[in-house]
Design a protein around this ligand. Sequence first.
Ligand SMILES: [Fe+2]
Length: 488
Amino acid sequence: MNAPERLENLQPFGDDYGPLLTGAFAPVFDEMTLTDLPLVKGAIPADLNGVYMRTGPNPRYAPQGRYHPFDGDGMVHAAMFDKGRLTVRNRWVRTDAFKEEEQAGTARFFGIRETLKGRSDKRLKDTGNTDMVGHGGKALALWYMSGDAWEIDPVTLDTLGRSQAIRQSGGAISAHAKVDEVTGEMMFFDYGNDAPYMHYGVVGADGRLLHHVPIALPGPRLPHDMAITEHYSILHDLPLFHDHEAMKLGRHKIEFHPEMKTRLGVIARMGAGDSIRWFDFSPCFLYHVVNAWEEGDWVVMVGCRYMPALKADGSIDAQRTARDVAELVQHARLWRWRMNLATGEAQEQALDLQHNVEFPTCNAALTGRRTRFGYLCDQREDVILQWPGIRKYDLDTGEMLSAWSDDREHSWYSEPWFAAADDAQSEDHGYLVAYQWNAALKRQTLDVFDARDLRVGPIAQVALPRHVPTGFHGCWIGAARIAHWDAR
Ligand SMILES: [Fe+2]
């Protein structure tokens, strides 16, 4: 064992930068490889094989100016399961910007709250801090504002370089590309401030760019996610985006437009950009999709609808909605949108109005195929990015099937990912894997649940010697999907 020292320094930059760089958000500064970690309870299942990876902001240098969690350098924390053994690693994503700052020994960029001070060559830093995707035997670290796809070795966490397919597209890639594990293809989008404002593309299982088309939007938008089905992709045009006048002055000010519709666009996987069909829905912002699939002529998408703030008279409070989104205040509900490709009919339905849930995942082998089960995080409205519990839902009925939290006040879970058991016999035969930070106990664990029933709590809980900073998205890459798993 590496015998790591216990680190309790949770205020590395002091209080000067506000609460988003302290406590659960405090970055860590050394890159570790940990083995023989002590079990708090249970045992690591031998039929759990692969890597759970999660990226998040972890600034290498003290920020210049005001800090926002979207700014920090991406750091991947990975838990590799191998026949009952566990190795936990953390490494920064070595983007060009990271290397530039490391060479300079100081921050060279301003963040999203200091855009006016930003550099003319690179206004914001492409960090790879937002999303992880397993594709083509590797992992990709992605950034929400559309940047490069940084290829990561899922075993060593070495940054291998940029995805050449994305470079070849001449565009960029947003967080939340989607992989069809049946065909091995990865569908992606980007968005930006110049017409046509969005592109859509497909990368083959072999890493080659197969398809890349412009998607004309009415103006610059702030989509966050997309969805795929067996034959289609679903792109998002949401009525929440930058104030265009402020943006011309270099400021990020977002506005919500309740007079506009939420539009979901359905495009054949290899479809021409102008063949996309848009369906209108009630206005909302939308961070994350659980999954989507086809049912006859219907394309079905289940996701987390950001619930617009309401005034006393029940009408939408556009200003407060925009402010809440900007400040990462979360209130979302599980929701289903249905689009009929034969008739053009659009339907939407709340699946659970009771629980504020987000950061959804499902059995990724079924991305784009009908899934019965979704796994979501509870989220607190009063503490940003705190997910104190996890829930399992029936995506057909909206029934909450099971849930777990051992400390709703102090627990911070990471986005949990479903990891299929080696010889899985059903959609939910496998495990949920997540990090858990308990802020009161100052205790960091890696928790493994039986995905069939969360109520029994973690069936394996491993103590980590220091905390894993709160981050964004993860992925599960089963051993069979890792290029050199057998050659480690
Ligand atoms: Fe996201």
